[in-house]
Write a protein that binds this ligand. Structure first.
Ligand SMILES: Nc1ncnc2c1ncn2[C@@H]1O[C@H](COP(=O)(O)OP(=O)(O)O)[C@@H](O)[C@H]1O
Ligand SMILES: [Mg+2]
Length: 314
């Protein structure tokens, strides 16, 4: 029977995971479309790894459903493994073995034919720029090199869906850039990518859509741009000559959420900016002398704080 509906890459329906009485994932429903880079954004302990482990079958849901390319993770976990390339949070590489041997071992697990194996390993090592280190033991690699090798290994069997759990945690800036480039390349090739992160810059640069999760619960899901438009308002930054005395009056303006003062610098968070700027200028003109004023969109950190009441990183 022909079905015109394109199945999503991942469907989570009312997914729950409890450890004893503690609910790590709490009725999570999400759909990841084919060909997108989807981000799970949340602070440490919010349930990102637990969620991803249920997608790969590593962790059994307490209730709810997970489907990967319409396969049910409870019944078809082997089929799902063929379609899935995993870069787990704890990079599980054999430190005593060389980069090549790690790749070779993985290729055998995935049943990559002997004829293709050498060519594919070479191609992946080239992609992650470790070709010249192929005969070095992984134990001698930096954190960034290990992450890159883990990524190259995950791509070895040409998976349709790649998940990366905190791909750049503890990785230096240069390696981070490189990893971002490999991830973006996957999307160009039509692959679906799911990443977890608590780096806002990473979420902003990579993700087509983001799910914000907090304490195992979905708080919001949308494109980064929409999240800013929907939950954002605007932020007015202003500088006065000398300490401002106007913050209480500014706080009383309709639509102003918060006024933070740091010496002669004020940060005014608003729900929406129409009509607020002139009022701010009028008040400041009465009380202080204005040196500079600017209006910007909120960053994801400010949105996260607004939605959850907690900061993303401490
Ligand atoms: N095997 C486990 N047993 C008990 N608690 C766990 C287990 N795995 C995770 N947790 C708890 O579940 C919560 C979510 O963890 P995790 O999914 O690792 O969060 P994240 O990846 O977002 O940092 C944390 O409070 C963690 O301590
Ligand atoms: Mg985690």
């Amino acid at each position: 029977m022909h079905n015109d509906r394109i199945e999503p890459a991942i469907e989570m329906i009312d997914l729950c995971k409890s450890f004893g009485t503690f609910q790590a994932v709490d009725h999570l429903s999400l759909t990841v479309q084919r060909g997108e880079i989807f981000g799970l954004l949340g602070p440490n302990g919010s349930g990102k790894t637990t969620t991803i482990n249920m997608i790969s079958g590593l962790s059994v849901p307490t209730s709810g459903e997970v489907r990967v390319f319409s396969y049910d993770v409870r019944h078809d976990v082997r089929k799902i493994h063929r379609l899935l390339g995993a870069v787990p949070q704890e990079t599980a590489l054999y430190e005593e073995l060389t980069a090549w041997a790690n790749m070779d071992f993985h290729a055998d697990i995935f049943g990559i034919p002997r004829k293709e194996k050498r060519e594919r390993i070479t191609r992946m090592l080239k992609l992650v720029q470790l070709e010249d280190r192929k005969d070095s033991r992984v134990g001698t690699f930096s954190g960034g090199m290990k992450r890159r090798l883990a990524l190259g290994r995950a791509l070895l069997h040409d998976p349709q869906l790649i998940y990366l759990d905190e791909p750049t945690l503890g990785v230096d800036v240069q390696a981070r850039r490189a990893i971002w480039d490999y991830i973006l390349l996957q999307r160009e090739q039509g692959k679906t990518v799911l990443i977890t992160t608590n780096y806002l810059e990473e979420a902003q640069i990579l993700c087509d859509r983001l799910a914000i999760i907090d304490r195992g619960k979905l708080v919001a899901v949308d494109t980064p741009t929409h999240l800013k438009q929907i939950y954002g308002g605007s932020v007015i930054e202003l500088e006065t000559i000398g300490q401002s005395t106007a913050s209480d009056q500014l706080r009383a303006i309709d639509g102003v959420e918060e006024v933070q003062q740091d010496g002669n610098h004020l940060t005014i968070t608003t729900q929406g900016v129409s009509g607020i700027v002139p009022q701010v200028i009028a008040i400041i003109a009465q009380k202080d002398e204005l040196r500079d004023i600017s209006v910007r969109e909120p960053n994801l950190d400010e949105i996260f704080l607004r939605l959850t009441g907690t900061a993303l990183r401490d």
